[in-house]
Design a binder for this molecule. Structure first.
Ligand code: TYM
Length: 332
């Protein structure tokens, strides 16, 4: 069976973007014909500064988020990255396979390091190599992610190909990004040209999975739009980034296409559409936040789930890592 791997960083709160671009698909793929492995990438998170206690809390909160959105730890392997040392062991090999020029082209590094590259951590630069290791240490073939991670998955492909070519082997399968649905790039509610992000300084720019019904309704009511009514076909959204974003969010939450949303709602003003969107968002998201809060009441149980997941993950990763070290020429 094809094997799915994906990860999310425990930095800040989960957003609607994480849910529609990734988490929602994770639960669905678990029920399809895949073996599914999902990871809380705590080692990726520390490429930028994290307060230790907040990191621990965010890791448990993210575990609760995975479970509340439908990842079942008895059907999928759910664990945190630092519980499986094979990730970093393979990442070292990939630090020696991937080229400086490849990493220099990564747009996320350019965005996150900003103008002052000299003060970015070295981990932030080699971050994509650890991500390649996450995927390939399980020989995963399918990687469900949002649009913004596509470049990193392509780097993982290039790294697998170069390893195979350099060592004259077909050891690593070439993983495929799975970028599906109408909300693969959810935009900020304040600025239709920026991605919705957990690190945006404005909380009004995003919907957090932990927001209550009032907060969700208020953020949608205040979301930036234009003065035109909704068109009746998707073509009518061209050049209207904010309008398009809200229609895409509606479609993804309702599990229909944007065309179907517009066929029904075309002609409505935003003053009429926004309350419908808010109602749908609250209906979909409030059971998730309630369940997350319930799970967070027993952090010891969450830690047990992650430890059990790490043990299962290691059973898959250990023999693959051993073989990779053997191919490279390590004794032992
Ligand atoms: P991260 O933690 O930034 O985001 C987790 C997932 O959410 C998706 N996403 C979005 N999708 C749509 N619209 C948005 N506004 C939006 N914001 C975030 C991301 O695309 C991602 O799928 N490097 C990764 C984590 C990672 C990983 C991996 C992923 C580490 N190792 C191996 C896949 C496979 C990251 O920082 O995602």
């Amino acid at each position: 069976t094809p094997r799915v791997f994906s990860g999310i960083q425990p930095s800040g709160h989960l957003t609607l973007g994480n849910y529609l671009g990734a988490l929602k698909r994770f639960g669905e793929m678990q029920e399809e014909d895949y073996e599914t492995i999902y990871c809380i990438v705590d080692l990726h998170a520390i490429t930028v500064w994290q307060e230790p206690e907040k990191l621990r809390e965010a890791t448990r909160m993210l575990a609760a988020g995975f479970i509340a959105t439908g990842v079942d730890p008895s059907k999928s392997i759910l664990f945190n990255q630092s519980g499986v040392p094979e990730h970093t062991q393979l990442a070292w090999i990939f630090n020696c396979v991937a080229r400086m020029g490849w990493l220099n082209r990564m747009t996320q590094f350019k965005d996150k390091s900003g103008k002052n590259r000299d003060s970015a951590s070295t981990g932030l630069f080699v971050y994509p190599n650890l991500m390649s290791a996450d995927i390939l240490v399980y020989h995963a073939t399918h990687v469900p992610v949002g649009e913004d991670q596509k470049q990193h998955v392509e780097l993982a492909r290039d790294t697998a190909i170069k390893f195979n070519t350099d060592y004259g082997t077909d050891f690593f399968p070439i993983p495929e990004p799975v970028i599906e649905g109408s909300a693969t790039r959810v935009m900020s509610l304040r600025d239709g040209t920026k991605k919705m992000s957990k690190s945006d300084p404005s909380d009004m720019s995003r919907i957090n999975l932990t927001d209550d019904a009032d907060a969700i309704a208020q953020k949608i009511r205040k979301a930036k739009t234009d003065p035109e009514a909704l068109p009746s076909e998707p073509g009518g959204l061209d050049g209207r980034a904010e309008a398009k974003n809200l229609v895409n969010i509606y479609a993804a939450l309702a599990d229909v296409t944007p065309a179907a949303v517009l066929a029904e709602m075309g002609g409505l003003q935003f003053s009429e559409f926004k309350p419908k969107l808010a109602e749908l968002a609250v209906a979909r998201l409030s059971p998730i936040s309630t369940e997350m809060a319930r799970l967070m009441q027993d952090p010891a149980e969450i830690d047990r789930i992650l430890a059990a997941g790490s043990a299962r993950a290691r059973e898959v990763a250990q023999p693959i890592l051993k073989r990779a070290y053997d191919i490279v020429g390590m004794v032992g």
